[in-house]
Design a protein around this ligand. Structure first.
Ligand SMILES: [Zn+2]
Length: 415
């Protein structure tokens, strides 16, 4: 199962660096849009070009000549466009309405060749050569370099530089991944009418998907605590100046928290697209405070924002968002041939079924149950609908390494 850690770091840019980054982004978007033009065909998806290597061979030298971009940035722009076209083709094949992808937001993908991390700063390739903005962090905290790039347990993969129009700031979204062995057996069932991605929200991990990806959110927790500490210090000072600083800090904190949740929301949608899911299922959040008594206000805030952001981002990619009843999703065994529900099944982050012995991470078990619950309800609904040919209606849950069919689930009391 993949464990993914995401960090959002603001960088301090001088006016010159700012210009260089904007000009770089402009040329990067030019490359991505040129690539999409080249790959796209309105006539038929069979005419669309989705082979990354072929597209790169056809366009790379031209784009290098037409722009001042460094080699890796040209490649990254091509890659992004080809992936977007590929995702469109997949939806087109299923009969969904699609149009040529266009790129307007100033975001650029950097890897270890185009970005170098130092303790307090990052070196980024731009059209004006390298720029080295520093991180905006309190002095006593570990830098992203220390926390992510140096970590032995996590592989540093890529970072995305994102210009936020609302705050007029540049943010670096760092993504690292830890990979353990797969423990799921594939139970692919062919061509379902819908495929669902289940998402469990929680305190141990901010979000866990039924495909086994963890958004741990420990960075989110860390920064929320840091902000709280600093707020406390300013409140104790009690002066007029401290009061003003407190208001400024509040605004900065909110912008930061929103940015963080936006990043996770984008990655959840991306996870659904990568695994060819039509639906993202969350649990209903109405009684979340009662169900998660240990959740802090910033957790509850994060859950609600995450649901909100995914709810408007996912439909843009033709993925719908649904909520299911949360009853017992954490206590129930997610093995399709079991389904035993008992409070003793769960101990903190560990799930062990008292009946069949299935052992798994508790949040991952929850994510599977949320997806299965949606799949079962939907399968029944589709089957009982009067639409002709709906007798074979099927909704599958995407899990780590395959799919499960919601129908195989044995019913239990109270479900
Ligand atoms: Zn079981």
């Amino acid at each position: 199962m993949g464990v993914r850690r995401t960090a959002v770091v603001k960088i301090a840019v001088s006016d010159e660096q700012r210009d260089a980054l904007h000009r770089t982004a402009e040329q990067y978007l030019y490359c991505a849009n040129r690539t999409a033009d080249y790959c796209w065909s309105d006539t038929s998806y069979t005419e669309c070009k989705t082979n990354k290597r072929e597209v790169r061979d056809a366009l790379y030298s031209e784009l290098r000549e037409e722009t001042d971009l460094q080699a890796q940035l040209v490649q990254a722009a091509i890659k992004r466009a080809v992936e977007a076209v590929k995702a469109c083709v997949e939806r087109w094949k299923k009969g969904q309405r699609v149009s040529q992808p266009t790129f307007t937001a100033e975001t650029m993908d950097y890897d270890t060749r185009s970005a170098t991390f130092y303790r307090n700063k990052v070196s980024l390739a731009t059209v004006e050569g390298r720029v080295e903005p520093s991180f905006v962090l309190p002095a006593d905290s570990p830098t992203p370099y220390e926390r992510y790039v140096l970590s032995e347990n996590y592989e540093f993969r890529e970072s995305t530089l994102r210009y936020d129009v609302a705050t007029d700031e540049f943010y670096l979204n760092l993504s690292t991944r830890r990979t353990d062995g797969d423990d799921e057996v594939s139970e692919d069932t062919g061509h379902p009418d819908q495929t669902v991605l289940g998402i469990d929200l929680g305190v141990n991990s901010l979000a866990v998907s039924s495909t086994g990806t963890f958004w741990q959110g420990d960075d989110y927790d860390h920064w929320c605590r840091e902000f709280e500490k600093r707020r406390g210090e300013m409140q104790r000072r009690g002066t007029q100046a401290a009061h003003k600083a407190l208001l400024r800090l509040g605004k900065r904190e909110e912008a930061w928290r929103k940015q963080y949740i936006h990043t996770v929301a984008n990655e959840l949608v991306e996870e659904a697209l990568t695994h060819d899911c039509d639906v993202i299922a969350f649990e209903d959040l109405t009684d979340i405070r009662e169900r998660l008594p240990h959740a802090k206000w910033h957790h509850v805030w994060a859950f609600r924002r995450l649901l909100e952001y995914v709810s408007y981002k996912a439909p843009e990619q033709e993925v719908s968002v649904e909520q299911v009843e949360p009853n017992h999703t954490s206590q129930r065994c997610s093995r399709t041939d079991c389904g035993f529900t008992h409070e003793n099944n769960r101990h903190g982050e560990h799930f062990e079924c008292q009946k069949c012995g299935y052992e798994v991470n508790a949040d991952y078990n929850g994510a599977k149950n949320i997806g299965l619950r949606y799949a079962r309800k939907q399968t029944h609904r589709l089957r009982s609908s009067p639409k002709p040919g709906s007798g074979d209606a099927e909704v599958d849950l995407r899990i780590n390494g395959g799919t499960l069919n919601g129908e195989n689930h044995q019913p239990i009391a109270g479900d």
